[in-house]
Design a protein around this ligand. Sequence first.
Ligand code: BG6
Length: 466
Amino acid sequence: MINKNFLWGTATASYQCEGGWNEGGRVPSLWDVYLHENNLENGNDASDHYHKYKEDIRLMKEGGHKAYRFSIAWPRIIINDKGEVNPEGVQFYHNIIDECLKNGIEPFVTLFHWDLPQYLEDKGGWAEREICDAYVEYAKVCFKEYGDKVTYWSTFNEPRYYVFSGYKIGNYPPGIDDTQKTIQASFYMMLANALTVGVFREMKMKGQIGIVHSYAPIFGVDDSLETKIAMRKADNYFNNWILDTAIKGEIPIDMLGMLNEKYDLSFMKEADFEAIKNNTVDFAGLNYYARALIKPYTGGESILRINNKGSEAKGSSKVVVKGWFEQVFDNPDSTYTEWDTEIYPQGLYHGIIRAYEKYKVPIFITENGVAFYEDVPNEKSVDDQGRIHFLNEHINAILNAIDDGAEVLGYFIWSTMDLYSWKNGHEKRYGLVGVDFENNFERKPKASYYWYKKVCESNGTAIERS
Ligand code: BG6
């Protein structure tokens, strides 16, 4: 049975929606610098949420939302490597949180959704140990400021996606391909997660703390032994090193063994493993866009190419990890979005069941949604029936998992409004509310917004079940 306090909501991230990149004392993040220096479409203005947050929260309330998942921008809060706090930045999130509470909306706060202050990137960013201390200090400021108003905290959004894109694939800043640094950044992020959970407990914070993971439930092309071995390696690559580490306090030992054969793991200290063991999270935030369909690796070099922009995107994805596995992107029985993301709601059902059986902690689906090219400027309201169908099928999968015993306590659609989609800019639209980026960021609720209102207000009974 679905919980009567189930958190129906939508989600955003600071860099992707706020804009106001140089306002209110905010210092540059690594995204500002990387996008500006490379002349790429940026989030300087994003969806102008910095100025329009009241309107956005009003729309959430009118849309029946019970919760809003957003992130705090570290570069608004701590503005230099001496740890100086920026009162205007601190006040901005008090305003957002207060506005949510005034409107009966539960703030669901992420501490890090990728906008690392550039002054920390200049010191080596996530690939260096010092960043763990800086992150813990930043988290302490947030806990102290907002702790009596916020019940749900997440340390990180999608460590895997961030680290692999930045340090291995190289399509996100810092834009390099360096496996040793990928391993270091992954480890330090998970260590920072544990240290922060420790501080959360020491400070006797009310509420709960979790981590948000880009969940790719693993499926195999067949039942052969080779495929099963590839699936285990893929599960380590995609999921286990985040979820086992954060929830069970154990980094998968077979994965460490494989990495140890080729890379230097001596930077991992005994005290770090201890900290990871002793400080596990309260809940799992799972972002679900698609499963990963896996086949055995059959030679060749590693290739990691995903999330290409615009017309080059479709059919261009390839993920081969040498010696480990290959991901299938051209399954003839599947449909894919314009950006090569498979549409596979059953994967969410199986993913929830597996995660709940394995970890036995409450689950929030912290992101789920679909992007389309949409003509927001020329429409009064976009009639996005494709999105409604997609969301209905995925919520149906969640409700089936709940019926089968999984403890799922909330669901957040990505995204609240159209926003800046990292390297895909503004044309990749996910919002329930359209944003006319050319016309004063006018908000235009889409058909899906009105449909979701019924879902929230009926606590899910408006979903067509199968
Ligand atoms: C998740 C992120 O990976 O997916 C979001 O948490 C992101 O920040 C979303 O925007 C969709 O990805 P993309 O690349 O299509 O914007």
